[in-house]
Design a binder for this molecule. Structure first.
Ligand SMILES: Cc1cc2nc3c(=O)[nH]c(=O)nc-3n(C[C@H](O)[C@H](O)[C@H](O)COP(=O)(O)OP(=O)(O)OC[C@H]3O[C@@H](n4cnc5c(N)ncnc54)[C@H](O)[C@@H]3O)c2cc1C
Length: 325
């Protein structure tokens, strides 16, 4: 039987204090999919979300079976409607702190008690300070060939040398267009990198980028400080990806030697009762994989709760016998 069906308007309810089996922080693909499965497992679940998903600047989301091309906001709307059907409570807000036990404190004061927490807060993309990049991010300044390469295929493309990851990105991008220019900008390319790029037919252009040329709401080209303008339809760059993992580190969750929070395959961190899923622990997670990580975490959290429920049940079951003996 489905639990309460009345939490569709949860945002409108003023007080959020209460006790939950699981509080999920973040309602992107990872958090929503976890909440869906936990709600269907008849757990009391609250999801807190600040409403800033990473792919918000993009008009379309690609590479998600059966949802290819959907606006990212529509996927999340559908997900929110689905979790509401299972009585999951969605609260708009930002979690400031999670204390052991767990108390989940929101900005402005409300506190939710939870038996387990799942942190699915994503990451932020730090962009290079090149005029035009921020405005065109997710439109025709892109980072992921798998997400947007097909849409700009066979067009004149640029890769901006702002990060060491740009060489690999450029070699990948060549799969989608045979007109890819690599702008060295601030990057020192090794002879090995130059050889690999040139062997694959990429053109290397040395010089610092001044700004992106944007006309009529579209990227038209890239202007270098020496005045040269390279007409380009889209540009790719590798952002610095910074996980929103402060809630986890303050709880004592350790990072591994890659600098990301260490978890097992279900997203279980080293701190008992604390799970994480999606981009907050894996920069490579796409929407579909973030959703999958949320599902894996939900199964593990529910199993952990079942273990605890069984332990309590056995204690209670034995208690009368112990009292009478
Ligand atoms: C421009 C762009 C386009 C992309 N296009 C695609 C694509 O086409 N296909 C694809 O598969 N992937 C795409 N991606 C990658 C995609 O954005 C991620 O894979 C996906 O968003 C990861 O989901 P997530 O749930 O881990 O994090 P997010 O979707 O970022 O969700 C995290 C949520 O947590 C909330 N949050 C953070 N901190 C707190 C807090 N303290 N309290 C409460 N809430 C908090 C945030 O506001 C946000 O709503 C794109 C990325 C970018 C940057």
């Amino acid at each position: 039987m489905i639990k309460a069906m009345n939490s569709h308007d949860a945002d409108a309810r003023p007080a959020v204090d209460g006790r939950y089996d699981v509080v999920v922080v973040g309602a992107g693909a990872a958090g929503l999919n976890a909440a869906l499965l936990l709600g269907r497992a008849r757990r009391e679940v609250a999801v807190i979300d600040a409403g800033e998903p990473r792919n918000a600047p993009a008009a379309h989301m690609h590479g998600f079976l059966s949802r290819d091309g959907l606006p990212p906001a529509t996927l999340l709307e559908l997900g929110r409607a689905e979790i509401a059907r299972y009585g999951v409570r969605l609260v708009r807000g930002r979690v400031e702190e999670i204390e052991h036990g767990f108390s989940v404190r929101l900005e402005g004061g409300p506190v939710l008690a939870a038996r387990r927490v799942l942190v699915a807060t994503g990451l932020r993309d730090e962009l290079p300070d090149i005029p035009g990049v921020r405005e065109r991010w997710g439109r025709d300044v892109l980072h992921c060939p798998y997400c947007h390469g097909y849409e700009v295929g066979d067009q004149p493309l640029a890769v901006l040398g702002t990060h060491t990851g740009a060489v690999h990105q450029a070699l990948l991008l060549r799969q989608w267009s045979d007109d890819v220019v690599f702008l060295t900008h601030t990057l020192d390319l090794s002879a090995h990198d130059c050889e690999r790029l040139e062997a694959r037919g990429l053109r290397i252009v040395e010089g610092e980028i001044d700004h992106l040329v944007v006309e009529s709401g579209r990227l038209r080209g890239i202007e270098l400080v020496d005045g040269r303008v390279l007409p380009r339809a889209a540009a790719f760059l590798f952002p610095r990806m910074v996980p929103h993992d402060e809630l986890l580190t303050r709880l004592g969750c350790a990072r591994d030697d890659t600098g990301w929070i260490a978890t097992d395959r279900t997203g279980r961190t080293g701190v008992s009762g604390v799970w994480a899923a999606g981009n907050v622990i894996d920069p490579r997670a796409q929407v579909v994989t973030a959703a999958g990580m949320g599902a894996a975490a939900a199964f593990a959290i529910n199993a952990d709760l079942v273990d605890e429920d069984v332990r309590h049940a056995v204690e209670q079951h034995r208690a009368p016998a112990a009292a009478s003996g």
